[in-house]
Each structure stands twice: as C-alpha cells, then as structure tokens.
Design a protein around this ligand. Structure first.
Ligand SMILES: Cc1cc2nc3c(=O)[nH]c(=O)nc-3n(C[C@H](O)[C@H](O)[C@H](O)COP(=O)(O)OP(=O)(O)OC[C@H]3O[C@@H](n4cnc5c(N)ncnc54)[C@H](O)[C@@H]3O)c2cc1C
Length: 559
C-alpha cells in the first residue's frame, strides 16, 4: 500500500467517525433530558420517507436503519447501533426527510423533537459540535451519492434545466439527474410518468408529483422547503434577502435571541452564491466557493432558530403604520417590528434584443464549476471590467481554451483588485479587448455565434463562440419599496449619515434622534450590503453590515 493510499484511508476513517459517531454514556444522558425514552419493536417504522415532522433518534439498545425508498429497490443508507444517532440538516430546517427510519432489531431509543434538538445544539457546545458536524457531513454525502427525493430530467441545451439545477444545488438539496441527450433509458422513465421530451426540465418530486418546467416556488412547495407563515405573529426582525448580508443578520439576530424571519426570493447565497471562489474573505486562505460559504451560513442561521422562507419574494412594503408589513408574491403579509433590507443587486444584461433567449444556454451571469464544466476546452467571452469579471476570467482560463475579456471602457475598472489585474495580465489564455462590445448573439436552442464591435475602428468581427459570461455591473433590487424609503438617483438605498436633511424632511422623519448608521429614512428599517448607496460590493462588508444592523435593531426595539 502506498503512503498516499494509506493517508486517504485514514482520512476516510476519521470522516466516517465524524459522520457516524458513537456517543458516550454521559453524552447520551445529557440528550435524554431533551427527549423521551421508548421501546421499539423489530420492523417498526419510526419515520416514513417524506414525513413532515423532524425527529432525532439516539439508539440505546437494538438497531435502526435508514432506508432510501426507490421505484426499483430499497437501499440501506446507514445502520445505527447503540450510542449512534439519526438525523441530518433537515432536522434543523424542519424540512421533510428523504428516507424511512425503521427498527431492524427490537430495542430502545431516545426520541428528540426539532424544538428540543435546536435548544440542545444551542446550549450544549460539545454535543452541538458533534451533531452539527455529523449532520453537515451526512448532507454532503447524500448530495455526492445523489440520494434525494428528486429526479431531474433535463438537457444541456435547455436554459430551464440549468436554472432548476442551480436552485436545487444552491439549496443544498440532493437530486439525481438524467440527461435527455445522453441517457438511453430515459424514454422508459418518461413513459412511466406520462411526460414527453418536450416537457423538460421535468422534476419528479418524491416519486409521485411530476412538475413540467416548474418555477422555483413550485419546486420549493413540492419539496416542502417552507413552513407556513403565521400572519398574526409580529416578528422582532424580518430580513429580506438571504445573500451574505441577510444571512449574517439572521445569524447574529437569531443567536442574540431575536425572533427572526428571512424572506428569500430565490435561493440562499445571493450573488456570492454564484462565485466560484472567494479568495479575499477573512479566515479562508485557500479561498471558499460562494456556494459553500452560503450553505454554512444558512445552516448556522437555522441552528440558532432563524426561520428562512425560500423562493418567497417581498413584493411590497406597507409602511403607513406600525408594525410595518411585507406583502409576498402569493398575497401573504408578514408583520414586523423592524426590517433589514438585504436584497442586493441584479446583473446588468447585455443591451441586445435577445440576451434572455440564451440565458443558461450560452449566456451566464455567474461563473461556478457548473458553468465551467459546460464550456471546458472551448473559447469563452467574459463581459465586464470589474472584480466579478476579473475573477470569472481567471477562473475560466483554467479550463477554457481561450477567454476573450471584453470591456467597453478604456481598460479594467479602477476598482478591480490588484491581484486580479496581475493574474489577467500574466495569463496567456486571457485576451483583454478594451473599447469592445457584443453587438449580436445567434443560435437556435443554444448560443452558437457572437459578433463584437471594436468601438475605436468600428470593425465588427464574428466568432463561433458558444459561451458568454456577463459580469457588467448591477441594478439594486429596490423596485418593491415603492416610495416608502429614500433612494439615490440609481435606486440604491440611502442610510444613516448619507441621508440629507432634505431627504429626512421629504420622508417626514418623525423622531428627535437622527437615523442610526444603516438605518433608512423609515425608522426601524435598515439596509445592508450591496443594496445600500455607496456600499463596497464585497462579501466581507456585506457580512459586516448585516451584523452591525442587528446591534441597532436591539436599540430600536428598546426605544
Ligand atoms: C460572480 C461574483 C463573484 C464575486 N466574488 C467576490 C469575491 O471574491 N469577494 C468579495 O468580497 N465579493 C465578491 N462578489 C461580490 C459579493 O458577492 C457581493 O458584494 C455580496 O454578495 C453582496 O451581498 P448582499 O447580501 O448585499 O447581496 P446579494 O448577494 O445580491 O444577495 C441579495 C439576495 O436578496 C434576494 N432578493 C432580491 N430581491 C428580493 C426580494 N424582493 N425579496 C426577497 N429576496 C430578494 C436575492 O435573490 C439574493 O439572494 C462577487 C460577486 C459576483 C457576482
């Protein structure tokens, strides 16, 4: 056996021990206080696959198994002997589990419900660490082994497929994928569920419900991502947006005892979730993918008891009286004592007739591993001269044949980090073209051909390039605020010292005190991260602002 093989085996062993630890007698007795000890009979089903109530079981005698139901055959996912415990991250979110839990030997278990489990992980740091680590590793394993309750049938030529994949991935939801163009057995599956290739993307949810080209909201509903909202319950803080700033506010708010609800119109992570590697966030010298950072933050917010609603966008702010209320797309109204707006900004699109026609099928607004896999070995175009464009170019240059970086201005933006500029200049695979812009996109189902114009010579060139990454700045997500809050000329939210006396007079600011740092022209409503005027457009500053806002929320709640 080589050194490398034995080191790999040791790694796997220690990972398995962390994923499936055996608790000591002292640890088990601390859990017992939070649950009910009961006898189980051989063959007894403790939890059905897809059941809504999340419960954790610690085996004290006998044996239980997790079984993944499938159309063809059942598969045992894990076996738990005395001292071991069931559960994974759905235990924190309260979402439906994917598998059946049943006793394979008669014995005894401690049954802990979700509320008790949350209080245990928040108060017992030793057990909290053991449980959280096991839950996260188990979820990673489920994703890697595609052990989920969802089958996605799609095609690489279909933009909807990429959207659904992104939504499931960014929600950390395991799924199996069947490609229409590559998998011969797909017809059998389509016939079984009475659907046709023209319906892709098709989502088969829990082996029962078939969704044809579903919206993100339909997927979230089908997979039970969200609890019902109690419209009479006035929250201490409603956070709108689950990008880095909103997730930071949720973690700090919930961990400091506030009753927090987060509304996210798409999936957790925001813009950062589409970043392939964030290298300048403190504490991650090797970098971290936006997806991983977001999923850790999401789990952390749930651990402290924040409630997160996925694919539930804020449509309107009712600001005439207190408590304020936020109306959602589906008509639900959420009342709130304070609000933290963390809705970030959206990518600027190419000013062409048909860019959305190729979205996900050749035109992308994020450069993660998923997109990079689609265009390995090919020529790609990156549009933009800021940090996000620079990062995408450097990342894609690792796998693409050539990266053409098109910038409308003289050169790279003055705001681009020096380290990126150096890497772009040093990369033989990146071609920087200033004063150049795309003038046409062509193709049928997928982008096939791009024309760009050199704005100095006026010359138009055409290339068979199938992938364009648009990283050309952003527009703030503030349309839903509808006159309630003072905005700057570009639609970004003004806060704290940036609010002039004219802004405050126009907004009828009612208090003797000036607005707090990060407070908008509406008392008790804060804005953090990229949605704020003159924000730094960095993950660290967004996270910092989210946590600072919580300190002021406490002050407002005591006013
Ligand atoms: C590709 C890319 C790479 C980047 N790399 C880096 C990097 O390496 N380092 C760095 O420091 N910064 C990086 N950035 C910038 C960084 O990601 C942003 O500054 C940061 O994500 C801003 O966080 P935010 O929470 O303010 O907003 P966002 O990340 O934009 O999140 C806002 C969230 O609000 C949601 N939302 C919008 N409207 C509504 C609504 N009406 N109701 C409910 N929810 C809503 C959105 O869906 C989104 O999830 C990168 C950005 C991109 C695009």
């Amino acid at each position: 056996m080589t050194d490398k093989t034995s080191a790999d085996q040791l790694d796997k062993q220690s990972r398995d021990l962390e994923m499936f630890p055996t608790l000591t007698a002292a640890q088990i007795s601390r859990i017992a206080v939070h649950g009910q000890t009961r006898h189980v009979e051989q063959g007894e089903v403790l939890v059905e696959a897809g059941e809504e109530t999340a419960r954790l079981f610690v085996v004290t005698a006998g044996q239980i198994e997790i079984v993944h139901p499938s159309e063809l055959k059942e598969e045992t996912v894990a076996v738990f002997r005395p001292g071991m415990f069931t559960g994974e991250v759905t235990m924190l979110s309260g979402r439906r589990g994917f598998a059946q839990i049943r006793a394979t030997q008669s014995g005894e278990v401690i049954e802990v419900d979700r509320g008790q489990l949350l209080s245990l992980v928040q108060t017992d740091s030793e057990l909290g660490d053991i449980l959280m680590r096991a839950f996260i590793l188990r979820r990673v394993e489920l994703i890697a082994r595609e052990f989920g309750d969802v089958v996605l049938v799609g095609s690489v030529h279909c933009a909807g497929t990429l959207r659904v994949k992104e939504f499931l991935t960014r929600n950390g939801h395991p799924y199996s994928y069947i490609d229409l163009d590559r998998d011969d057995s797909v017809q059998e599956l389509l016939d079984h569920f009475h659907v046709s290739a023209a319906d892709v993307p098709i989502l088969i949810c829990r082996g029962k419900v078939v969704l044809r080209d579903p919206s993100n909201e339909e997927i979230a509903d089908c997979l039970g991502f969200n609890d019902a909202i109690d419209q009479t319950h006035v929250r201490d803080a409603v956070i709108v947006g689950a990008g880095p700033s909103g997730l930071a506010a949720a973690v700090y708010g919930a961990s400091e005892g506030l009753d927090v609800l987060v509304l996210e119109s798409n999936a957790p992570g925001g813009q950062a979730g589409s970043s392939s590697k964030i290298e300048n966030y403190l504490g991650f010298p090797l970098g971290i993918s936006g997806q991983e950072l977001a999923s850790r933050a999401y789990t952390q917010a749930q651990k402290f008891g924040a409630q997160l609603m996925i694919a539930k966008g804020a449509k309107q702010l009712a600001c005439e009286r207190k408590p304020y209320a936020i109306a959602l797309d589906d008509g639900v109204r959420v009342p709130a004592r304070t609000i933290i707006i963390a809705t970030g900004a959206e990518y600027r699109k190419l000013s062409l007739e048909n860019p959305s026609r190729f979205e996900g099928a050749g035109v992308y607004y994020g450069a993660t591993l998923m997109e990079a896999q689609l265009c390995g070995g090919e020529d790609v175009i990156v549009v933009g001269g800021g940090n996000a464009a620079g990062q995408a170019a450097v990342f894609l240059a690792q796998t693409a044949k050539r990266v053409h970086m098109l910038v409308r201005s003289e050169g790279l933006a003055s705001s681009m980090s020096r380290y990126l500029i150096r890497r772009i200049e040093d990369s033989p695979r990146i071609d920087l073209r200033s004063k150049t812009e795309i003038v046409a996109l062509e193709g049928s189902n997928h982008l096939e051909r791009v024309s760009w114009r050199d704005n100095v010579s006026g010359k138009i060139e055409n290339y068979d390039i199938r992938h364009v990454f648009v990283m050309a700045g952003a527009i703030p997500n503030t349309h839903w605020l509808d006159g309630c809050i003072a905005l700057d000329a570009n639609g970004f939210i003004k806060t704290g010292p940036d609010l002039s006396s004219e802004d405050l007079a126009a907004a009828h600011w009612p208090l003797a005190r000036a607005p707090h740092l990060l407070e908008t022209s509406l008392p008790g409503v804060f804005a953090v991260g990229d949605v704020r005027e003159d924000s730094l457009k960095r993950v660290a500053s967004a996270v910092g602002e989210g946590s600072i806002a919580v300190a002021y929320v406490h002050q407002v709640l005591h006013e």
